[in-house]
Design a protein. Structure first.
Length: 184
């Protein structure tokens, strides 16, 4: 890929950050965190961690997704501190109120730990949706990936987040994130 096209993808990613940053947040409290990666070394580091996590968890799609990250021009990471309640006492986390949520022990799963404040996760979803909407308007190929977010958290790339998603970005003649074959 020529450098001008790659730079255009990076500029689009910066515009995606604006969309994610200005997306509505519950109670106007912004706990969303962003990181933009674009060097081959940064992308390779994430891809290797994805392969490692996939091997540990027995999930082959992590390795398949790692190949997509390697072929990408940029990678946008968006995360949130899911253990911080929005103090609405809604019960969406599975506890009667936010105080019960705060007292609950955190348990690790296959990538994330919980329980999580439902409104923090909703805010993350809205931010990610706003970002990919902008990518769509700019005709930049992308795909939202849980596997990227897990690897990014393990690498400590998002300092304040406990749940994250990754959005690899590219501009080729054909979208590289679809018609993918799963790796065993």
């Amino acid at each position: 890929m020529d450098s001008e096209l790659k730079e255009s993808v990076i500029q689009a990613a910066k515009l995606m950050l604006i969309s994610a940053k200005t997306a509505p947040k519950t109670r106007g409290i912004d706990d969303i965190e962003f990181v933009l990666l674009s060097s081959e070394n940064e992308l390779e580091k994430v891809a290797k961690e994805m392969e490692k996590v996939g091997s540990e968890l027995g999930k082959g799609f992590f390795a398949r997704d790692a190949e997509s990250v390697r072929r990408s021009n940029a990678l946008l990471l968006i995360g949130v501190k899911a253990s911080k309640p929005k103090d609405l006492d809604c019960g969406g986390c599975g506890y009667v109120d936010c105080e019960g949520f705060r007292r609950a022990p955190r348990k690790s799963g296959g990538g994330y730990s919980g329980p999580s404040c439902i409104f923090q996760l909703i805010d993350l979803g809205i931010a990610v949706g706003s970002a990919v909407k902008t990518a769509s308007f700019l005709n930049v190929d992308n795909r939202i990936m849980f596997s990227v977010g897990v690897a990014a958290l393990r690498l400590g790339l998002l300092k304040n987040s406990e749940v994250a998603l990754g959005i690899p970005l590219s501009a080729y003649g054909k979208n590289i994130y679809f018609d993918r074959k799963p790796r065993s």
